[in-house]
Design a protein around this ligand. Structure first.
Ligand SMILES: [Cu+2]
Length: 239
């Protein structure tokens, strides 16, 4: 808990009912960045449960006679840990979401005020007129998450003989995993073919003794970073 002092009213805090649901648990946090003594941020974190409005799983098993053998379903209740950060005109809302099936999702939403410039007709090539004399311009937000263990997964197509018909060959897709143990190996250049899936995982925990706990996403291409002036990981599609 933050101690009550005069200057704390100006510290960041999440507004119940707006930034986080009213029923959230709010947590004060200290940070030590850019300061010679701990600074307490009131309501820096909020924790709440969220019903996503779509079941995590369901199955209706019909008996094909107008009835059913069984129905099984689970509502999707997610534990959300949320914080916000304000960077100049922008506000980012950071969510870490924990699902009942052990999936973890991280999500960032950008809000606040847009970055705008003076409107000229030529500016329409680089943005949209949002108000008199105001151009909401094209620009890029780069967000980096630091991860621990990382592998990429691709599909390889392998020819093999049909076991039921030796004269016939079948093209079978096969999972091909590549472990990336260095930052260099994990950096993917722009314009190069990206692996189909990425797995960030905890190497010490396994489900059913085999499957790694992981988060996965598929790649989205992003163009070559202009003028090569971008920060660190911004030079790569992933890295
Ligand atoms: Cu922006």
């Amino acid at each position: 808990m933050c101690k009550k002092t005069a200057n704390q009213s100006s510290r960041l805090s999440s507004a119940p009912g707006i930034d986080c649901p009213e029923i959230s648990t709010f947590v004060d946090l200290y940070h030590y960045y850019d300061t010679d003594k701990p600074v307490c941020y009131k309501n820096a974190l909020c924790i709440f449960v969220l019903n996503t409005g779509i079941p995590l799983r369901r199955h209706f098993d019909s008996n094909n006679m107008g009835g059913y053998n069984f129905y099984g379903g689970l509502e999707n209740t997610v534990l959300v840990v949320r914080t916000t950060s304000t960077v100049y005109n922008y506000d980012y809302i950071w969510d870490f979401m924990f699902y009942q099936n052990r999936v973890m999702e991280s999500k960032v939403s950008a809000t606040g005020y847009i970055h705008a410039t003076f409107f000229t007709t030529n500016g329409l090539n680089y943005g949209t007129k949002v108000y008199n004399h105001v151009l909401g311009n094209l620009h890029t937000h780069l967000i980096h998450y630091k991860e621990n263990s990382f592998e990429s997964i691709d599909l390889k197509y392998v020819n093999f003989t049909n076991p039921w018909n030796p004269n016939d060959t079948i093209v079978q897709s096969k999972l091909h995993k590549t472990q990336h143990t260095t930052e260099c190996s994990a950096a993917f250049q722009f314009g190069k073919k990206m692996p189909r899936y990425f797995h960030f995982y905890n190497p010490t925990t396994r489900i059913n003794g085999a499957t790694r706990r992981a988060i996965a996403f598929s790649s989205t291409p992003w163009p070559q970073c202009a003028a090569k002036r971008c920060e660190g990981g911004g030079r790569h599609q992933l890295g």
